[in-house]
Design a binder for this molecule. Structure first.
Ligand code: AHR
Length: 495
C-alpha cells in the first residue's frame, strides 16, 4: 500500500521562495537570442529584451535570476558592459564556443531585465581573473546612493538612482573554471574579496561564497572552518543530473528506461548531498545562519544533434519534468538550511524553461513544473511521510514516490507528488493529520511517453491538466496517480 501522510499541524519552517530561482549565463543562446534581441529587430521587445520570454517567465514569478555566469563570470569585466553599446569592447567567450562577445548585454540591461521580470538580481562576480578593486567598484556602481566616482559614472550612463541589490556571489566554481583554487586558498581569497564588498546606505549584501562541487565535503569543511558567518551569508553547491557520464551524457530525447532510472537516481542524490553538507555546516553554524545555496542544478544531456557543442542546447522531456519535481520536493523538505537555488539555465541552455527559435518560443515540461510548484513559494513547509514501493532497475532501486507539502499564508494546504515509475500507476492513500480535510484537487503533468516533449510544431504535447476533485473520508483519501507524473494538489478543509 502506498501512503503519504501530511502533518498539517507540524509546520515550523518557511520555504524560501528563492529556492525557485533561475540562472542565465552568457552561454550559447541563453542571453543572446533567448533574452536579448536588441531594439533593431522584428521580434517584439522592450528596450531590446524579448517580450514573449519575459511574459512567460512572469508566469513563474521568478524570485531571483543569477548572472552573468557560471564559468563566464570569472572572465567577465563589468566595465566592458556599460556605456554606449557601439563603444563597448568585445571579448572572446573562451568557455563557451570561443565566440566573440560584444558586451551589448551588460549591467544596465541585466538590471532592466530583472525589473521587467520583477525578480531580484543575483550577480556572480569575477574572482578568477578579476581584482578586488573591480568587484568593489561594481558594487559601488550598482548601489552607492551618494555622489561618488562610480555613482557619477552610473548617472552618465543613464541611471542616476542606485539599484537595490542583495545577492552577491564571490566567484563561481573557484575549484574549477573559476581559478582552479584549493579550498584553503579560496577561503582566504574569499575573506579578502568579501571585506571590500561594502554595504552602501541601507543596501545589505547577502554574500555567497563558492561552495563544493557535488560531494566534495572537504571543500565545505574548509570553508566553514575558515570563514565566519559575519562574512558569508550563503555557501553555494553545484550538482548536475546526468543519465550517463560527463563524456557520454546521453541524448535528451532518445533514451532508454535505464537512462530514465539513472537520471532520477541522480536527482534523488541531491537529498544525500544536502543532508551531508548540512551536517558539516551544522557543526560550525548550529544556528543555521549561513544558507546552503544550490545555485546550479538540473539535467545535463548531450547537445541537440547539429548544434554547437559549446552552446549546451538540449531538448526537455517529461524526464526533465520529473527531475525538476523530485528536486524541488527535496529542496522544500530541507528548507531550514537550503534557502536559495537556481536551475541551469532559463532559456535555450541545459534544463531550460523556454526554448526559442527566431520569433517562436515554447514552454518546456520543466516550465510547467515550476509553474505548478509556485504554491510553495514562502509557504510553511509541512512534514510528509512517504511509504511506497521501490522502483527497481538492474539490481538497483529508488523510491517510486517523492512528495512535499506546505501551507500558504492564506491557509491553503498544498501537496506535490511525483510518481517516477515509468509504467506503474499507483493508488496512493493520502492521510492529512492536524486538520479536517474535505476535498483534494489540482493539476497533473504527464504524457504518453517517457520522452514526450514540446516542439515548435507541437507546443502542447506536454502540459498540465486538471485533476478531478477527490473527497476525503475522515482523514484519508485515495488518489489515482498515473505513472511518470507530477501532481500538485490543494487540500481544502471543512469550514
Ligand atoms: O551551467 C553551465 C556551467 O556549468 C557553468 O558555467 C559552470 O559554473 C558549471 O560548470
Amino acid at each position: 500500500m502506498q501512503k503519504i501522510t501530511v502533518h498539517a499541524d507540524r509546520g515550523r519552517t518557511r520555504i524560501n521562495r528563492h529556492i525557485y530561482g533561475h540562472f542565465a549565463e552568457h552561454l550559447g543562446r541563453c542571453i543572446y537570442d533567448g533574452f536579448w534581441v536588441g531594439e533593431e529587430t522584428s521580434i517584439h521587445n522592450i528596450r531590446g529584451i524579448r517580450r514573449d520570454v519575459v511574459e512567460a517567465l512572469r508566469g513563474l514569478r521568478i524570485p531571483n535570476l543569477r548572472w552573468p555566469g557560471g564559468c563566464f563570470a570569472d572572465e567577465y569585466h563589468w566595465m566592458d558592459g556599460i556605456g554606449s553599446r557601439t563603444n563597448r569592447p568585445a571579448m572572446v567567450n573562451t568557455h563557451w564556443g570561443g565566440l566573440t562577445e560584444n558586451n551589448h548585454f551588460g549591467t544596465h540591461e541585466f538590471m532592466d531585465l530583472c525589473e521587467q521580470l520583477e525578480c531580484e538580481p543575483y550577480i556572480c562576480a569575477n574572482v578568477g581573473s578579476g581584482t578586488v578593486r573591480e568587484m568593489q567598484q561594481w558594487i559601488e556602481y550598482l548601489t552607492c546612493t551618494e555622489k561618488s566616482p562610480m555613482s557619477d559614472l552610473r548617472a552618465v550612463n543613464g541611471h542616476p538612482d542606485p539599484w537595490k541589490l542583495t545577492f552577491w556571489g564571490v566567484g563561481n566554481e573557484s575549484w574549477g573554471c573559476g581559478g582552479s583554487m584549493r579550498p584553503k586558498y579560496y577561503a582566504d581569497e574569499y575573506r579578502r574579496y568579501a571585506t571590500y564588498c561594502r554595504n552602501f546606505a541601507d543596501n545589505r549584501l547577502f554574500k555567497i561564497a563558492c561552495g563544493p562541487n557535488s560531494d566534495d565535503y572537504h571543500w565545505t569543511e574548509t570553508l566553514m572552518a575558515r570563514v565566519p558567518a559575519s562574512q558569508m551569508q550563503g555557501l553555494s553547491l553545484h550538482h548536475y543530473t546526468l543519465a550517463g557520464s560527463w563524456e557520454a551524457k546521453g541524448s535528451a530525447t532518445e533514451f532508454t528506461e535505464e537512462e530514465w532510472f539513472h537520471s532520477l537516481q541522480q536527482a534523488l542524490f541531491m537529498d544525500e548531498l544536502i543532508k551531508n553538507h548540512s551536517t558539516i555546516m551544522d557543526r560550525y553554524d548550529p544556528q543555521k545562519q549561513i544558507a546552503l545555496v544550490v545555485d546550479e542544478w538540473g539535467a545535463w544531456h548531450d547537445v541537440e544533434p547539429g548544434t554547437n557543442p559549446g552552446f549546451l542546447h538540449q531538448q526537455n522531456t517529461l524526464r526533465d519534468a520529473l527531475v525538476a519535481g523530485v528536486t524541488l520536493n527535496i529542496f522544500n523538505n530541507h528548507c531550514d538550511r537550503l534557502r536559495m537555488a537556481c536551475i541551469a539555465q532559463t532559456v535555450n541552455v541545459l534544463q531550460a524553461m523556454i526554448l526559442t527559435e527566431g520569433e517562436r518560443m515554447l514552454l518546456t515540461p520543466s516550465y510547467h513544473v515550476f509553474q505548478m510548484y509556485q504554491v510553495h513559494h514562502d509557504a510553511l513547509m509541512l512534514p510528509v511521510e512517504v511509504v511506497c514501493e521501490r522502483y527497481e532497475q538492474n539490481q538497483e532501486s529508488i523510491p517510486s514516490l517523492s512528495a512535499s507539502a506546505s501551507r500558504s499564508e492564506d491557509d491553503r494546504v498544498h501537496l506535490s507528488i511525483c510518481n517516477v515509475h515509468p509504467i506503474r500507476d499507483e493508488i496512493v492513500g493520502i492521510e492529512v493529520r492536524g486538520m479536517l480535510p474535505e476535498t483534494m484537487q489540482g493539476q497533473i503533468l504527464t504524457a504518453s511517453n517517457i520522452n514526450s516533449h514540446n516542439t515548435f510544431d507541437n507546443r502542447e504535447q506536454v502540459k498540465p491538466v486538471e485533476l478531478t476533485s477527490t473527497r476525503f473520508s475522515g482523514e484519508v483519501a485515495q488518489l489515482e496517480l498515473p505513472c511518470k507524473s507530477v501532481a500538485v494538489l490543494e487540500i481544502s478543509q471543512t469550514a
